[in-house]
Write a protein of this length. Structure first.
Lengths: 182, 211
């Protein structure tokens, strides 16, 4: 049995040594949460399990690309999950690839190292809850119900511009919490 | 230095998978060229993960893990297609190939185009090549039009645009674009209104003004 490790350490071991124990530990941690994510999108159980496997396979293959300065492991894995879902429903997805010769590298690393995952997640959760319902509901509609802003505007009977302003305001507020400069 | 960036709603649409195929290609191209917008997107994705990440209890974890371990050695999929000429990000090169091999067609004096149908969903997405030192005729369009510059540059009432810059224009905008001298200006244009496809012939037919 491996001693308990931070997630970032597990990803590092996968990247450096193709460590299957580390992968299994990461899998046990994230598969239930990935299942929760896909369940909320009302997927068939078989499709859901295939997608969980696909996400974790991508984690295995791309572990060397994980950059601690840019995101927590949770954020990274859920971005992979979101993209796997898009790939499943579309023939092609528009990918941003750090190996692309046209990719412009980050000039400087993020000033702060990645915050303790739990602490940052808790601050974010509180900040999202403190948003006006008109703003937080847009995030929920986009991420869970996959509604475009145009659809959201139609359903709420407000101009598209209003919905866009609410997105801008919500993101401004949440960035303050994350300490990200605008 | 990139001076003109994506809007928050474009990034939200891209991240949540609700963007049109054409918008997704344009956003991915800008993100490839712009570390600052990637940084903004990171913040958005951290928010999304918090909203999304709560567990499900209906999962046969051991079986799923065993199945996944068995697949770790499977051959990896083919890498994405990169532009040999180093001009077009792969999100676009996937659809159109290398920059030097683009099948340009003249559609108007000073203007060539390549039409892409990024997902077969009928959303018009076009690459234009505008001759250096020229002026693009005055034109109007319905809905929102987003442009991303890859080579050369242009100026209009809202500023100067060069590689990586995003221009977002709604239907009230009147365009008077002056193309920089030197090299041709290649720009990706995505229309945000599926009902009214926009063509340069449409511009020519209805809105030409002489300079």
């Amino acid at each position: 049995m491996l001693p308990p490790s931070g997630d970032a350490e597990l990803v590092r071991r996968i990247a450096a040594a193709q460590d299957r124990s580390a992968f299994a530990d990461l899998f046990r941690q994230y598969a239930p949460r990935l299942a929760g994510f896909f369940d909320r999108q009302r997927m068939q159980p078989g499709v859901r399990d295939d997608l969980i496997q696909e996400v974790m396979l991508r984690v295995w293959r791309h572990a060397h690309r994980y950059d601690e300065r840019r995101a927590s492991v949770t954020t990274w894995i859920f971005t992979i999950a979101r993209n796997a879902r898009i790939d499943h429903f579309r023939k092609r997805r528009a990918v941003v690839d750090p190996l692309d010769p046209t990719y412009v590298d980050e000039q400087t690393p993020r000033a702060d190292a990645v915050a303790q995952e739990r602490e940052e997640a808790q601050r974010l959760r509180e900040a999202i809850q403190s948003l006006p319902e008109a703003q937080s509901s847009i995030l929920v509609s986009a991420y869970f119900e996959h509604k475009s802003l145009r659809q959201i505007a139609e359903e709420e009977g407000v101009p598209l511009g209003t919905v866009k302003s609410r997105v801008r305001l919500a993101m401004g507020r949440l960035r303050e919490v994350l300490g990200v400069q605008s | 230095m990139i001076a003109h960036h994506l809007s928050e709603d474009q990034m939200l649409a891209y991240s949540s998978g609700t963007a049109s195929a054409g918008t997704a290609v344009l956003v991915a191209c800008h993100l490839t060229l712009c570390p600052a917008c990637r940084h903004q997107l990171d913040g958005l994705e951290a928010v999304a993960a918090v909203v999304e990440a709560s567990p499900s209890s209906e999962l046969d974890l051991d079986v799923l893990l065993a199945g996944t371990l068995g697949r770790l050695d499977a051959p990896t999929p083919l890498p994405p297609r990169f532009d040999k000429d180093g001009v077009l990000p792969s999100a676009l090169a996937e659809h159109v190939g290398d920059f030097s091999a683009l099948p340009w067609k003249w559609v108007f004096p000073q203007v060539k185009e390549v039409v892409l149908d990024a997902a077969g969903d009928g959303m018009p997405v076009r690459l234009f090549q505008l001759s250096p030192g020229s002026r693009v005729p005055d034109h109007a369009h319905k809905g929102v039009e987003t442009s991303l510059v890859f080579t050369g540059g242009f100026s209009d009432d809202e500023g100067h645009y060069q590689r990586g810059d995003v221009a977002i224009r709604d239907e009230s905008a009147i365009h008077r674009q002056r193309i920089d001298p030197g090299e041709p200006c290649v720009v990706l244009v995505v229309a945000d209104n599926p009902l009214i496809p926009k063509t340069l012939r449409g511009w020519a037919a209805s809105k030409i003004r002489k300079f």
